[in-house]
Design a protein around this ligand. Structure first.
Ligand SMILES: NC(=O)c1ccc[n+]([C@@H]2O[C@H](COP(=O)([O-])OP(=O)(O)OC[C@H]3O[C@@H](n4cnc5c(N)ncnc54)[C@H](OP(=O)(O)O)[C@@H]3O)[C@@H](O)[C@H]2O)c1
Length: 306
């Protein structure tokens, strides 16, 4: 059966890639904030009842981690309440739900890769609101896939990759945190893995009922922000300057950064606390679906290839 899919957040990093790829799985109704504002519970209900999808893929979220510290209500509406309503309505119309969550549901103290069943302990408002969203979906009993990912970037939007490239046109020296460890994951790879999994599931009877649960979905390998920034500028130095997104990110200006100094989190205080170590084990994803995302360095290289 080819499912009818309701995609939310179509203009986000992951949402944009999903809008491009999900037609491989089924018929897609893709909505952005303009068409469906997730802070409006009635709007969510009305839309789901009108579209009557077989599958909802929720790529929308409140992702401004620092801003969330002072906008707890907004973050909670979008990350906690909206997924709860989606799950409830999905169940009523007989749909399944795919949702994304974050490594920031963990406190970062474990020291080796987190598995899905490890105790959570968010240390930020963003992480807390995302965890409440996960819990609501699980409690609803709707067939679901929750994919926890990390350090998401794309060649458009707001992310670390584009920030580093912009700063590299402005500053000879960058100071970047080295004591936060994780796995930068490209939005393209997240959408690609999601699409492959859904293709597998809808090719057979049963959809996603018998694999319902939470899965970690991040790049293979481990790095820190300082090493990631260094790799970005290394890739940038070899990248063809004609790649459109690269030209847009730098405004066509030369990169003038000569040094990237490692600093500590203490030296770079931010409104939201972030886990010191948030590497996620992807073993369950591999075991269940036979899917593994490429290494973080490979993904970065691919991004620069256009
Ligand atoms: N970004 C990360 O580093 C990261 C890390 C781990 C997990 N994740 C998770 O991965 C998923 C995808 O994130 P992403 O990186 O693609 O995020 P993103 O680029 O910030 O996209 C989120 C999208 O949600 C939309 N949105 C925000 N508020 C909305 C509202 N009230 N109504 C409707 N839409 C709204 C935004 O709309 P506008 O375009 O109008 O702003 C945006 O298009 C999210 O669940 C996120 O929590 C992200």
């Amino acid at each position: 059966m080819k499912p009818k899919i309701l995609l939310t957040g179509k203009n986000g990093q992951v949402g944009e890639e999903l809008e491009r790829l999900l037609p491989e799985v089924g018929e897609v109704v893709a909505l952005g904030r303009q068409e469906l504002d997730l802070s409006n519970p009635d709007g969510i209900r009305r839309t789901i009842r009108a579209v009557r999808p077989n599958l909802i893929v929720n790529a929308a979220a409140y992702t401004a981690v620092d801003q969330a510290e002072k906008e707890e209500t907004a973050a909670s509406e979008i990350n906690s309440a909206a997924p709860a309503i989606m799950a409830e309505e999905a169940k009523k119309v007989g749909a399944s739900l795919v949702h994304y969550s974050t490594d920031y549901v963990f406190d970062g103290l474990k020291g080796n890769p987190y598995v899905e069943d490890d105790p959570t302990g968010p240390i930020s408002v963003y992480g807390t609101t995302k965890l409440v969203g996960e819990q609501a979906i699980r409690a609803s009993g709707v067939p679901h896939l929750i994919f926890r990912t990390s350090w998401v970037y794309a060649t458009r939007g707001r992310n670390f990759l584009l920030t580093i490239l912009r700063l590299a046109t402005q500053r000879e020296e960058l100071r970047i945190v080295r004591d936060q460890i994780g796995a930068p994951t490209g939005s393209r790879e997240i959408a690609d893995a999601t699409t492959k999994i859904l293709c597998q599931l809808y090719r057979r009877e049963g959809g996603l009922s018998d694999v319902s649960g939470t899965y970690h979905m991040t790049a293979t390998g481990v790095t820190n922000w300082h090493e990631f920034a260094t790799a970005i500028l290394e890739e940038a130095s070899h990248a063809p300057k004609t790649v459109p997104w690269f030209a847009a990110a730098t405004g066509g200006k030369p990169l003038i950064t000569r040094r990237i100094l490692p600093i500590t989190t203490q030296e770079f205080p931010t409104p939201a606390r972030r886990p010191a170590y948030s590497v996620l084990s992807n073993a369950r994803l591999m075991k269940t679906f036979g899917i593994q995302l490429p290494g973080w360095r490979t993904q970065l290289h691919r991004a620069f290839s256009g």
